[in-house]
Design a protein around this ligand. Sequence first.
Ligand code: ZN
Length: 416
Amino acid sequence: MGFIVGLTITWALLIQIEAAKWGYVNDRGPDHWADLFPDACSGSLQSPINIPTKQTVYDPMLKDFAIFFDPPSPGSKFFVHNNGHSIQVNTEGKFYVSNGGLDNIYSTAQFHFHWGHKAHHGSEHTIDGKPAPIEMHIVNWNSDKYNSIAEAAVEPAGLAVLGILFEISDIDNPILEPLVNVLKHVRDPDKQIKAEIPAVAMRTFLPRAPNMYYRYNGSLTTPGCFESVIWTVFYQKQTISRRQLHVFRQVLKPTHHRNKRSPHHESRAVRAVMEELGIEDNYIEKARFKRQLQDKAATETKDTTVVEASAQHEPSGTDTHSTSSTNHNVKSEPMTSSHADKVRNMLVNNYRPVQPLNGRIIYRSFPFFGEPIPAGGTEVIYLDIDGSEGQNNTASTLRDMSLLTTFCSILISKLL
Ligand SMILES: [Zn+2]
């Protein structure tokens, strides 16, 4: 019963949300979301936020993500696409996050990025008022309590999103390379092309010390801004090279023709929002989308872009398209030189500005230098020097040494 009610509410909200298009500029931009979505983006627990580090509170209960992400099981897949608002990678397979102050196990649905057109901005969260050039969000949903991400997305603590800020490096980050290499294929959202990249352990995307993070309760940073998110923002940054960041900035916004209303407007619109949340394995919605494609193919033979996309989504599910994704990429390439390409803009600055804290406390998993450590059975935070997962039963001597290392690294970072 709860599942049905939850889904119904979610569905209604999604339809309402997509009924009015949103974006990041002008009258569809973040300043207008609260007007466009009065029940959704005007709450008091909104995200992102600025993190004033000196006002954060050390919580020794915020331990490492002990189980964290499973290594990818056979058959796991990453699918990259441009949803019109971001580059998003949907995960297929068993990826989980747990512990880290979370009371339940959360399943990973997708990860995506927010970036700027220049290096001085781009991230959603800011640290002491400073943005980063790009931020990655790993979206996870509470699979202990809920049956789907659609149900979890509107419930308190239904989602756990991990935020990773990046800093620019002179050398390419090898972790990002498989993704960066396929961005040229998915840069045009109108083609709805999906590119598969090898699935890797999600932990490889995290900074070197994933046990050091900030924690607060907030919302999705895109409409409907549901206040259902336990946020983790990591203390350390990942790196991205200028070249890699430049490739992100070549990604395109959708053209307007994609947003034209049609008899099937709502089903496609709902699907777009569902995709943004990482909801893909929904039989009803898939079937609806297929019907939409078939209808569209019959009535709008001129618009072949969407039909082509059907082959990308479900290579074996359509009668008329059975060519490989590689062929589609090659085949569709000449279309990018059409006049439409000249009038569309690059997808940059796809971030929501920071929102008021409204009295919320931001916790931190690590102590600052000189901060008293609770005695007794409390486990302390320590650095994974080699980037490996921390173990709770590590010898106390090693803990002490690592704690000292943590103190020193924080002290050094404060001095620099
Ligand atoms: Zn995001």
